[in-house]
Design a protein around this ligand. Structure first.
Ligand code: COA
Ligand code: MG
Length: 298
């Protein structure tokens, strides 16, 4: 398959929906999130796994989502549920399967082996949420690099990582930031997307906004979310601001002038702009057109 990142994607708001919750599943049609993760893992009790799979089977058959990237989060590879989860993935062919608790590159290879052989285009997202996973993030990112590799995004999972390491939840995430930046860097070095972790206190809109701004400034594409009320804030913070749009258009205009044709550097309002800024501006314009193309849910 072609390398997944050749296609630009919109991933400002990545909403997790417990597959056991039928009302929540139905609600997704009306939500303005860019991506929906149908969760079979942590939000579904052990005794309810089969019922959750049945819910997804019905949902995909009768009321499938359109225009949004769809992800099914399966249970960990060494769990008792993964065989049935993978059978479901083969039947429903979501855009993405999210693999929890990825400790090393062999986890990706094992999952790829389970997906190969069928005509599935399904890509892989790796949950980076264990101490081993973070320390191996470079090797894991590299493993997705092969021409037929399916890995295309990392998602940080701080609830598990805090549990694994004993680092408590604190505003600002000071002691977690170095590990998170390691994951961002590994992802970018190997052409992967990267999504920030959930924010648990879903009634606190201001604190969510602050954490979104922090995640955006750290280089994340968007944020994993747990509640519909979080979608608008993530879309706003991870989307292009009016100032950024204006600036991008000015950069594109500056490089479109005939006299700039052979120049790699131009001056704009007293500051230097390089051709690499033109590439960034074109990406931003592409993001705007993806947002417009998706439109708002009815
Ligand atoms: N996706 C879609 N709809 C959701 C939703 C979600 N993640 N979370 C809540 N809703 C819906 C509820 O079903 C409810 O719908 P209704 O009004 O039709 O009944 C509405 O939004 C309001 O929900 P609210 O009462 O504010 O929240 P709650 O107390 O029912 O649920 C949580 C709170 C945290 C339990 C719930 O949001 C949730 O399960 N989130 C996802 C958790 C998850 O995926 N964890 C794993 C990843 S870390
Ligand atoms: Mg987790």
């Amino acid at each position: 398959m072609s390398h997944p990142l050749e296609i630009p994607r919109l991933r400002r708001s990545v909403l997790s929906v417990p597959a056991i919750n039928q009302r929540a599943l139905e609600k997704t049609h009306a939500l303005d999130c860019d991506v929906v993760i149908f969760d079979l893992e942590d939000s579904v009790a052990v005794e309810k796994k089969a019922e959750a799979r049945d819910n997804l089977r019905r949902f995909f058959k009768h009321t499938p989502l359109s225009g949004r990237e769809t992800v099914i989060r399966i249970n960990a590879l060494d769990s008792d549920f993964v065989a049935d989860d993978l059978e479901l993935v083969h039947a429903l062919a979501p855009d993405v399967v999210a693999l929890p608790k990825v400790n090393d590159a062999s986890c990706i290879k094992r999952l790829e082996a389970q997906l190969d052989g069928a005509s599935l285009q399904t890509r892989i997202w790796a949950m980076m949420e264990t101490a081993c996973g973070i320390t191996n993030s470079i090797e894991i990112a590299k493993s997705g690099k092969s021409a037929d590799g399916r890995l295309d995004c990392f998602v940080i999972g701080l609830n598990d990582l805090r549990k694994d390491t004993g680092v408590p939840a604190r505003p600002g995430r000071a002691y977690l930031v170095p590990w998170m930046m390691q994951v961002v860097l590994a992802a970018r070095a190997h052409g992967l997307g990267v999504i920030d972790s959930v924010f648990n206190d879903f009634r606190d809109r201001q604190a969510l906004e602050e954490e979104c701004v922090q995640g955006r400034d750290m280089g994340f594409d968007g944020k994993m979310l747990i509640h519909p009320d979080q979608v608008e804030i993530a879309n706003h913070v991870f989307g292009p601001s009016p100032e950024a749009i204006e600036e991008a258009k000015a950069v594109i205009a500056a490089f479109s002038r005939p006299e700039a044709r052979d120049l790699n550097v131009v001056t704009m309002d007293g500051h230097m702009v390089e051709r690499l800024h033109l590439e960034q501006a074109e990406k931003l314009v592409a993001q705007i057109s993806l947002i417009e193309k998706r439109g708002k849910p009815a």
